[in-house]
Design a protein around this ligand. Structure first.
Ligand SMILES: Cc1cc2nc3c(=O)[nH]c(=O)nc-3n(C[C@H](O)[C@H](O)[C@H](O)COP(=O)(O)OP(=O)(O)OC[C@H]3O[C@@H](n4cnc5c(N)ncnc54)[C@H](O)[C@@H]3O)c2cc1C
Length: 503
């Protein structure tokens, strides 16, 4: 169980290291007393989920004149939101088989229509973030362009083509039929190699994607909420527990004191379980460690030679670039397992982000030199520059838990975003703010995200991400879900879907 205060100092990401000035929110509200009067909304957790929700609740016409308090255990974006790859990569057709695979096989168990809806929504998230950043002139290093999912083996390319065809076919008789498909499948080795510059590329997908300075974006949401005058932020205010009271809830922040509120929204992602100990939500979620690195490219990949796309690479990382600092690589756990540099217990249930295993660091630092044509020699200071870890939150059915906690009036959650929160959270919290204030599920959001008792029960039919024996190191991983692919859905096709969830 991950609780705060944590007994270690976390690694520092590129994003956290480059947003320390006076416009950052480090230490904001660290010393002040918590409000004595009952507030309307307490949000727990200051990642992109909590901060963008605070932003949405404080927009005119949403919850006018209602008071919002955000309680963060450490600093804003000290969790996964400040430690990710910064990739806003909508799911592609590669996710379609995983979304429609049955729960017992490790899929999300959705109908084709539901899966299409999730994929379309993610395109909406990218467009929504772009519009918001441009309209409000937020200085968050937003880049818009295209992402490539590069395949270098015949088997993988075949699986991707099958996923593409299934997606196109399902789409053609769905309510999205009139909208041109937003992902392309390029089955031409020459073109795949030209576009990607990756050694051994034989095919790739291509579709809209973006990247952003994730710490600046999260901070920008919070700053806008604070500027509304209806929101306060208390950093270093870890919530120990909450309990129902006569007119709402009492939230216990340990040494920081207690606060009364009418409604609570839990946005603690990987650290949610201890707040629901022994409950169905506890059983539905599994924390896991992810790792990423900043690589300073040599001149061969700088200036006019800079990368033009973001990527996922077969047996490789997901990869994006910052406007000027270089390339950020994230390591999907399936790749770490396949490469023999990590095993399940290095990932699942790990809630400590104070270290990166040396083998993983080495792999990330050496990757670009091995994967790209003409990378060339690195001067001292080029190549791997910084490496960090962060804790994410997997959900049994691979979908986020959003909305009202069944049977607990005035208690809401937005958690379980896997390695993919940038690809969906701001869009989700816009709808969640509306749902909270109107009491009606916002139809812009896929209904399969809604938390229900039935869903939590069904979720238990999905295999666990790690078994007790695997935790103890007593068995070699065999389960198809996160191991070596021995029992994967569609003979390995599932992995392409799973990978889509982890970036
Ligand atoms: C290495 C890595 C790479 C990733 N790359 C990408 C990517 O490129 N693209 C993408 O879409 N996603 C990526 N992700 C996933 C993405 O970062 C997450 O899905 C997203 O940030 C989740 O946001 P959140 O606000 O829900 O959680 P978090 O950012 O983790 O925020 C939760 C916050 O709650 C606080 N908290 C927890 N418990 C308490 C408590 N009891 N009291 C008070 N506060 C509490 C924590 O301190 C934390 O700040 C990556 C993640 C990692 C770790």
């Amino acid at each position: 169980m991950s609780t705060f205060p944590q007994p270690f100092k976390s690694t520092v990401s590129h994003w956290q290291a480059t947003n320390r000035g006076v416009t950052s929110l480090f230490n904001h509200g660290r010393d002040g007393a918590l409000p004595k009067d009952t507030v309307d909304y307490v949000i727990i957790g200051g990642g992109i989920s909590g901060c963008s929700l605070a932003y949405h609740l404080t927009r005119p016409g949403v919850a006018d004149a209602k008071s919002v308090v955000l309680l963060e255990a450490k600093d804003v974006a000290s969790g996964a939101s400040g430690r990710n790859g910064g990739h806003i990569a909508p799911l592609s057709f590669a996710a379609f088989p995983g979304l429609t695979a049955p729960l017992p096989q490790g899929g999300a168990g959705l109908t084709e229509d539901e899966a299409l809806e999730v994929i379309e929504m993610e395109k909406g998230n990218l467009e929504y973030i772009t519009e918001l950043v441009e309209q409000e002139k937020r200085d968050v290093d937003l880049w818009r362009g295209e992402k490539l999912e590069v395949k270098s083996s015949v088997g993988s390319a075949k699986t991707m083509k099958a996923a593409h065809d299934a997606w196109i076919n399902a789409r053609s008789h769905s309510r999205f039929a009139h909208i041109p498909p937003h992902w392309q499948w390029i089955d031409d080795a020459e073109e795949a190699k030209r576009l990607s510059r990756a050694k051994g590329a034989i095919a790739c997908s291509k579709g809209s994607a973006g990247s952003v300075h994730s710490h600046k974006l999260t901070t920008a949401f919070m700053r806008a909420a604070l500027a509304s005058g209806n929101c306060s932020l208390y950093s270093w205010a870890p919530v120990v527990s909450f309990e129902e009271s006569e007119d709402g809830w009492t939230v216990d922040c340990g040494e920081r004191g207690k606060i009364s509120t009418r409604q609570i929204i839990v946005c603690t992602n990987a650290h949610t379980r201890h707040l629901f100990k022994g409950e169905a939500i506890d059983k539905h979620l599994t924390p896991f460690q992810g790792q990423a690195a900043l690589v300073t490219p040599p001149p061969s990949f700088s200036g006019s030679n800079y990368l033009a796309h973001t990527y996922t690479l077969e047996k490789g990382p997901y990869l994006m670039f910052t406007p000027s600092a270089g390339i950020v690589l994230g390591l999907p756990y399936v790749v770490a397992f396949a490469e023999g540099i990590g095993e399940k217990r290095d990932v699942w249930e790990v809630t400590d982000d104070s270290y990166v295993k040396p083998e993983l660091k080495k792999w990330l630092y050496e990757y670009c030199g091995k994967a790209f044509d003409d990378w060339g020699d690195e001067a001292p200071g080029e190549g791997g520059t910084r490496v960090w870890s962060g804790i994410q939150c997997a959900s049994r059915d691979t979908l986020p838990l959003v909305g009202a906690v069944p049977g607990r009036k005035g208690l809401w959650v937005n958690v379980g975003h896997h390695g993919h929160g940038m690809g969906r959270i701001p869009f989700i919290t816009r709808s969640l703010a509306r749902t909270i204030t109107t009491g009606q599920w916002d139809g812009r959001l896929p209904s399969c995200f809604e938390i229900t008792e039935e869903r939590l029960v069904k979720g238990q039919t999905a295999p666990p991400f790690i078994t007790d024996e695997e935790m103890r190191g007593e068995t070699v991983p065999t389960a198809g879900r996160t191991g070596d692919g021995a029992k994967t859905v569609n003979k390995g096709g599932w992995w392409s879907g799973v990978r889509s969830f982890v970036r």
